[in-house]
Design a protein around this ligand. Structure first.
Ligand code: 13P
Ligand code: SF4
Length: 301
C-alpha cells in the first residue's frame, strides 16, 4: 500500500476540492476499489447509484459504456473517464445499423440490449439489461420472443432459465469466452471440495458445470452469505482480489483472465482526470433521449 499512498492521498484531496465521486466497477484493482472508490459494484449498481449521486463530478473507474450510462443518467453533471480507450469487446461487436437490420429481420420482436453497448446501440433498443437483471427484464416484457443483444452466451444462459424464446447476436466478452468446461472439470479434479462461481458471460457449458452463476455483485454476495471455504470465481482477475480482502478466512483459487480495458484505469490516470478534467464523456444529443429511455425502462423493472 505504501507505493500507492501518494496517489491515494492526492485523489482523496482532489475529490473534496472538486466535489467529485469515484464510481468503480468490481474489476478495478484493489488500490482503486478499496483505496479511492466511493461506490463499488456491478454494472447495475453503478447505473442505479449514478441516479443518486450528489456531486458535481463523477469519475467512472471502469469502461467507456459505464461512463456513458452514468452521463445518460446525469446529463447536467461532468462525467470523466480516466482513459478514453477503455472499451469492451461486447460493445465493439455491434452497431446501431446491426440493430436496425435485426428489427427488419424479426419485425415486432422487442430488443433487449445489454448495457455493454454504445449509446447509439442503446438508442435503437426497447430496453437495456445487465447480467444482474437480464432474466427479470426479459420476463417483464410479457412476450413470447425477444432479441437479446449483443452477448450470445448471456442470451443462451438466460434462454436456459425461461420459456421466452431468445434470438441472440454473436458478440462475446473476450475475457469470459476463454473459460471452458474442461477448466471446470480440472478444477474439480484438483480441488474436490471447491465451489465454482461463473459469470453469465461465460459459455453455457461452463455455466452448466458451475455451482452458481450471477453478476459480479451476485458472486460477491454469494461468497459473503454462503462462505464456501474454497472458492473459484470464473471471471476477471481483480474480482477475486477485491472479494478476498473482505474474506481472509476463505481460500480463493484463482484461474482468471484479465480484462485489458478495465486495466487501462489506474490510480495515476484517476488522479490526472481529477487534476485536468479529462476525459469528459459527451453524448450526441440526437441519440441521448432514446438511449436514456432504454436505460431508465430497465431501472424501473
Ligand atoms: P457485471 O458487473 O454487471 O456483472 O458485468 C461484468 C462485466 O463484464 C462488466 O464489464
Ligand atoms: Fe467488456 Fe468483458 Fe472487459 Fe467486461 S470483462 S469490459 S464485458 S471485455
Amino acid at each position: 500500500w505504501a507505493v500507492f499512498a501518494e496517489d491515494v492521498d492526492a485523489i482523496l484531496a482532489l475529490k473534496r476540492e472538486r466535489n467529485a465521486v469515484v464510481l468503480a466497477h468490481n474489476y478495478q484493482t484493489p488500490e482503486i476499489f478499496h483505496g479511492v472508490a466511493d461506490i463499488v459494484g456491478d454494472s447495475l449498481l453503478l447505473a442505479r447509484e449514478a441516479t443518486k449521486v450528489n456531486a458535481d463530478v463523477i469519475v467512472l473507474a471502469g469502461v467507456h459504456f459505464m461512463a456513458e450510462t452514468a452521463k445518460l443518467l446525469n446529463p447536467e453533471k461532468t462525467v470523466l473517464i480516466p482513459d478514453l480507450a477503455a472499451g469492451c469487446s461486447l460493445a465493439d461487436s455491434i452497431t446501431a445499423q446491426d440493430v436496425r437490420l435485426m428489427r427488419q429481420r424479426y419485425p415486432g420482436v422487442p430488443v433487449v440490449t445489454y448495457v455493454n453497448t454504445s449509446v447509439a446501440v442503446k438508442a435503437e433498443s426497447d430496453i437495456c439489461c445487465t447480467s444482474g437483471n437480464a432474466l427479470k427484464v426479459v420476463e417483464s416484457l410479457g412476450v413470447e420472443r425477444v432479441i437479446m443483444l449483443p452477448d450470445e452466451y448471456l442470451a443462451q444462459n438466460i434462454a436456459a432459465q425461461t420459456n421466452v424464446k431468445v434470438t441472440a447476436w454473436k458478440g462475446h466478452c473476450e475475457v469470459h469466452e476463454l473459460f471452458t468446461a474442461s477448466d471446470v472439470r480440472q478444477l474439480r479434479e484438483n480441488h474436490p471440495d471447491v465451489t465454482i462461481l461463473a459469470h453469465p458471460e461465460c459459455p453455457p457449458e461452463v455455466v452448466a458445470e458451475a455451482d452458481f452463476s450471477g453478476s459480479t455483485a451476485a458472486m460477491s454476495e454469494y461468497v459473503g452469505k454462503q462462505r464456501p471455504p474454497r472458492v473459484v470465481l470464473l471471471t476477471e482477475c481483480s474480482m477475486s482480489d477485491n472479494v478476498a480482502v473482505l474474506h481472509p478466512e476463505l481460500e480463493f483459487i484463482r484461474p482468471c483472465n484479465l480484462c485489458p480495458h478495465m486495466k487501462r484505469i489506474t490510480l495515476k490516470n484517476i488522479r490526472h482526470a481529477l487534476e485536468t478534467g479529462r476525459h469528459e464523456v459527451t453524448i450526441d444529443p440526437a441519440i441521448a433521449n432514446p438511449a436514456r429511455r432504454a436505460v431508465e425502462r430497465m431501472l424501473a423493472v
